[in-house]
Ligand binder design. Structure first.
Ligand SMILES: [Fe+2]
Length: 185
């Protein structure tokens, strides 16, 4: 899993408050409420409005990912991701976990997939097809329920984003697909 880092006196209370507010919207089966995407977007935009938070986040790292909340690997994980170089993504699922991506700076070009019958949770299909592509700018967040397949690319750099998941993904079996053929790898 990503290393959980010690946060400083500015980030620590802000991330802790965020995590507790998010957790209030996640039920005992670890599934977010219907309003989770809206609530998370409001809370995450609120986080970015705190003085110093954006520069504190960007000082955590310029490439890669770091866990900023998630001592319990079966519960909410908050990871900060950044890239200093443009990149392309590969279609993937998050195993049995949900996920929410939130753009902190720059742009993520998000591709979302369906199966041949149009099913939006295609991670048990042998083949996927592109459903939609959109650019996520700062302050935009999107929720993916368990079973979703997506690909996150960064056509321009730098870019930074926060990814919430319901579990530590390093512990979950996951699917990856060929970006050209859509076939399960
Ligand atoms: Fe993902």
């Amino acid at each position: 899993m990503a290393e959980i880092i010690q946060l400083d006196e500015d980030l620590s209370p802000a991330i802790s408050a965020l995590a507790h507010s998010l957790s209030a919207e996640i039920d005992e089966d670890n599934l977010p409420s219907d309003k989770f995407e809206n609530v998370a977007n409001i809370l995450l935009n609120g986080l970015l409005d705190f003085p110093k938070i954006k520069s504190k986040l960007s000082s955590l790292l310029t490439d890669g990912k770091v866990c900023i909340w998630g001592e319990n690997s079966d519960q909410l994980q908050i990871l900060y991701h950044a890239t200093s170089k443009s990149d392309t993504g590969k279609p993937h699922d998050h195993g049995s976990s949900w996920a929410l991506y939130f753009q902190v700076s720059g742009v993520t070009r998000m591709s979302v997939y369906k199966d041949a019958l149009g099913k939006k949770l295609p991670n048990e299909s042998e083949k996927i097809e592109l459903d939609q592509v959109f650019d996520m700018k700062q302050g935009t967040g999107i929720y993916f329920p368990p079973g979703s397949v997506h690909s996150a690319a960064h056509p321009s750099a730098p870019a930074a984003w926060i990814r919430l998941t319901g579990q530590d993904l390093a512990k979950l079996p996951r699917q990856v697909y060929d970006e050209n053929t859509g076939l399960k790898k």
